[in-house]
Design a protein around this ligand. Sequence first.
Ligand code: XMP
Length: 325
Amino acid sequence: TWTTEAFVEEVIREVRAKVGEKRVLLALSGGVDSSTLAFLLHRAIGNKLTCMFIDQGFMRKGEPERLVEIFDHQFHIPVEYVNARERFINKIENITDPEEKRRRIGHEFIQVFEEESNRLGPFDYLAQGTLYPDVIESADTNVDPQTGERVAVKIKSHHNVGGLPKNLRFKLVEPLRKLFKDEVRKVARSIGLPEEIVRRHPFPGPGLAIRIIGEVTSERLNILRDADFVVRDEITKQGMYHDFWQAFAVLLPIRSVGVMGDRRTYAHPVVLRCISSEDGMTADWSRVPYDLLETISNRIVNEVKGVNRVVYDITSKPPGTIEWE
Ligand code: XMP
């Protein structure tokens, strides 16, 4: 029978045998797959592993700091933190089309990844959190005709765009390739990953950039980050975080009239999106208690400058999608 302990031991043996004294690069995203991978590989090969975290500037409030805190400070797994915020926001200046946003963010990711891996490298291997379902449709890897090994031609980074430059064709280390998502979570727990990572809601690679409808500016990012923080904070306080598949805020570029004190306001609406789902393919809007809706709405309008209205999205998927872009 399959046990997480046996799996962990097998992976450690396998990875040590495969990479020996060579160096391995891992792009950490904060999600459960790359985090589990980091824990496993750190156990197996220690400082032969380099974890790189590229901060695009589109994560939730406090998340990049928290990631570094957990890995670097709490578990002593060193993280190469790359602050690329300026670069990413400049790349999508004036871009309103959702797919163009994704494309540009994806390309910039590859660009930064290449520069940083050259700076920190050379590396022999790239570690990827490929799961079994990804292996089945493995369009992003080629098999090296000489060695029969899988080599990366594309980085699995949520950004399903762009190929890797020729000089960056890493050999792969993919110890999660036989696992399904729920098994990854079991392994994650058994090797001591904090619950906040193990049970984190899915978060899209392009992050908040696709939750700001239309043009992304730093001002809008700050507004959305603050509104989104209120959502997360309140549902956590109410003990409801795990009742949702995802729960988040979306910022609309339009403005509407409101009144605050004796003053008229003219500011952005925020959409609250709380959904339940099994796999993200279909989803139902959550029947959130009215009291919780009220608290979230009051807090956002009072605490987040630039927002004067909160609406609740009651569209299921299909016909809606989970994200707005
Ligand atoms: P949709 O909006 O298509 O989302 O119903 C389904 C699931 O996928 C996530 N999502 C993304 N994840 N990059 C990602 O890594 C993306 O560009 C992206 N777009 C959507 C979404 O959060 C939901 O969990």
